[in-house]
Design a protein around this ligand. Sequence first.
Ligand SMILES: [Zn+2]
Length: 1210
Amino acid sequence: MNKPKMALEKGVPSSSRVLMLLGQLERMNGEAMMSDAEVSRQVTSKILHLIQTQEKTRKELTTKGSGGMEVILSSLENTRDLQTILNILGILNELLSVGGGRRIGVCVSKGGTGVLLQLLISSSKETPPNEELMLHVHSLLAKIGPKDRKFGVKARLTGALNVTVNLLKQNVNNSKLLLPCLQVLRVYSANSVNAVSLGKSGVVELMFKVIGPYSKKNTSVMKVALDTLGALLKSKMNARRAVERAQVWSLLAIYQDWHRNDTRHRHTLIRKSILACLKNVTNSRLGRKAFIDADGMRILYNTSTECLPVRTLDSIVNTSSLIMRKCFPKNRLPLPTIKSAYQYALPHVPAGGPVEQMYNQPPGVDDVVDESDDNEDVELDTENDTENEEDDKDKNENDDIETDIAKLRPRHTQSRPIDELRVYERFFLELSEDFLDFDLSDPRSGIGVTPAPPLPKPPKPTTLPTADQQQDPHRPVPTPPPPPPPSTKDNQLVDPPAADPAAQARQLEKGEPRAPEPLEPQESIGLSRAPEKLLLLGETFSLSPAAPTTQDHTPQGEIGGTPRILEAADLSGSLGRLLLEGCGSGAPSVGGSEDGSVEQGVLEVPDTAAMLPLHDPELYIQMAKGTRSVPSYTEVAYPDYCGHLAPTTPEPILERVYGVQRTKIFQDIERLIHPNDILDKVVYDLDLPSCPVIDDGESLKFNSQFESGNLRKAIQVRKFEYDLILNSDINSNHYHQWFYFEVSGMQVGTPYRFNIINCEKANSQFNYGMQVLMYSVQEAIGGRPQWGRTGQDICYYKNHFSRSSIAAGGQKGKSYYTMTFTVTFQHKDDVCYFAYHYPYTYSTLKMHLQKLQEKCADGVYLREDVLCDTVGGNPCPMLTITAMPDTAGHTHLNQLRGRPVVFLTARVHPGETNASWVMKGTLEFLIGTSPLAQSLRACYLFKIIPMLNPDGVINGNHRCSLSGEDLNRQWQSPNLELHPTIYHAKGLLQYLNAIQRAPLVFCDYHGHSRKKNVFMYGCSVKETVWQTNINASSCELHEDLGYRTLPKLLSQLAPAFSMSSCSFVVERSKESTARVVVWRELGVQRSYTMESTLCGCDQGKYKGMQMGTRELEEMGSQLCVALLRLHRLTSPLELHTHTHTHAHTHTQLLEVENELIETQHRRCSVTTSPSTYVLDEDEPVLEEVDYSADSDTDQELQDPTEPLSDSEIN
Ligand SMILES: [Zn+2]
């Protein structure tokens, strides 16, 4: 190096000095070989010196276009001079140590990985390899490896893997070289093929040598070695090797060692890395077994318990809990079979159908845990508890969208000939009625119009159902139908035709043999033991026959059987439920009331008649007696008898306490650690012939043998903790989520933990603030008859119960979920009821319908028909509501007959009781006196089936009907015998279609368990096509946007309704639902499913609140208001002809309505274009479309505002 050159360099700005040197280096590269080692050493050493001392020179070398990285890498490739190589490695090290990922990214993109790996290979051929060079190369590879996706593959193909492994083996005690080599090894191991290959080279054992016992020295080496081991143990083969060498035991010992010595928690990362190894090794069945054998459960349980008080150790506790949950031995549910405790003999069992399949499973196979199930991939995913199943669903979601345009286009298939459809004419009497027999000047003359005669019954074959063949001697079976009440006439309030149509229907069919022939009646459970209970409780509560009752407020007070009913009612106050004795007797049983012991005091029955206009306890009893349940219930739950009075304000969504899930899981794990503390005492069991009641004062008493009840078994686990098992839907072995049961015998002021251990859904709003519902009889007697949200420490998580893959329908063994809640009872000697959601029984519906007839406003045309009988022999009511014509003249009759039809249905899914409360709101509004209601009735002809699945509701099902099938998947081809309500509902719609009167709106009310708010699903070809990104022909599609109008109006009117949650995509899995079939086959453009949350709202006026019945009913009435507005938009001309007769009402209406809409603070431009059928294209609603609306779970789980389940936090 000559002086002048140096001087020259001194003269130029330093910023270009490094560039000059770089240029020099580049020129030397061009000579193919860095011939002059001396010069190249000097140049590289100067560059190294510059970048070591001046940050800006680093920038200069790596700025875009400088070409610095290329020159440096090619110099490294070309030179053979060790010192130059070391200099260049030094330069790279300096460059890549700062500046983050960007510079590394540049290095990788310029081929840095290849150059360095090549250098590693060539240098390794020297013996011994130069240590400093190896150190540098490994440090650099450790830096760039993680940024190069192909790093693992490149390393394997070049042979670098073995170089590093050999180097390590020779330098286990060389602390200087160890760390960078391990760091590179860690990156290699992330590739699963490498992991297997490294395992074969003995790297697992090598890592155990490195790890050794607790030592504060070399903790970084320790950490990297553990991480490498963790990555290696993800391979099943390596895990097996580790298990064979008792290394699970070693890991546990090392973990304990660190746990004991790291008292100041300085090395939690190392402790976590050890746990990560355990987590991966226990992904295999062998690993789990080794973990259990090595006492892993106790070790992790004890260490975690010690960590619990230290918040910074949360991640350690969470990972421990995850491993323990995974290793917790899977158990079958403690049941003889997971098939429903009740069977029902179907008129016929379709070959190959779900029922036949289930009953044909060999006994004992259906519910045995499948031991071969390794659950590997499932378990890998459980890390953050995001409930794999739902994730899978989301992944496949786009697969579910209908992509066949031909299938999407509505087709008007007429599956049944018009001659056959004429049988439905009888349900449309209003279209042919001449109204001459009505005194139209008397406004009340229309109320309770004579119902249509029932449909002729289909011939029923007498096939013996499969269910019969395996007769279980103690299984309750359907009993003969109860005869009708002695005199229905006694019940009549208004005019004779208003009589309970259900009762009429039953009278008509009296004596008619019912197929299937019921099996031999079972000894009646309720009757056999109830009197004994009566006496028992009679000692606690005393009754006065003269106690005030609702009789003063109800006309029924005069009917013959009343006094006896009242006595029974009083009894129920003490009992919490009421006995319905001997099917067919005129009044319910008086049970023990004849016994002196029960007449000792006064029992108040809440007087709710004024506040609950549709409720009447005596009428409820009447109705319940005509309800046919599969188990032949003889008891009535007190809340259904007494009624529910909604609180005036909604209840807030429960804030989740930190660490709840973890605490609950630890309590579950304790069962295994301290088995002697577990009582395991069965206190309620439907599978036992007489379901004995244990009453030793040590346990709670359970019952759910009443309408909609479905508790199957209760096991006292600890003094104040119970495991509860729900019954499967009848003729099914799954579908449980809904619950409704009674508890008594509690101690006051003590928290009781309840675990429903056979829930099935992968996630629940119980994790997001939803509470269970409780009804206290003591509170009711004290004047607060109401269901209220209750329960603390609520959470929902996967538990250690499982069923076999066969029972789960071919899927891998499916886990169950626990829904746990804790309740502290407030009253001594209380009887409390718990439910999933506000109960609404079939008997309640019948009572409400009868009361609606009484409460009907003037000028209402209300007719109740029996659409058909259900499989279980219960009449399915159907309502027709419209306005009476002003006169029987032509014009008025034509106006009535020309009204567009609105078809509403609800409660096809029995567990979605909220749908019934929304329907109640709709019905009350429709028969009401408000000007809006009057106007609405004059606009439309309403056809309403308020309960599409009475049998499911009565028998406490969650999802199905008695056929063991989801009725909302049967609309494409409903079976007359198995799905009569769907068959006939579809028939009605087909008939309407055939006479050119297809409904303007069809809406099926549902409940949603995983999303908040109320929202709608509709059908749109365009939006379905958009969703799947099929560009083809989507632009040619012309679609009327009318389907958006109603949901848009609802979002303006109903506080709980959320437009952004709506979806108009047609999914393949939904092709046999009411919504899709009514849209596709019947051409109803506005065909909807309306989903109401079971939980609460996260927007609007009710944000942060749980839904109550008041809010649900409001939703039902707001749908009516929205329909009225829709009418304006769809038939402006007709409105004019109508207004001249109701000019006064109409002006009023406009005002009221505008006020309503303006209060929503939303622009509403719809009124400006009265002739258009749709909202303007530029309405904000179009931007609000959330195409992910259906993929709720994913969003929900990731929503940062939602409390995460605890194990997600790590
Ligand atoms: Zn539903």
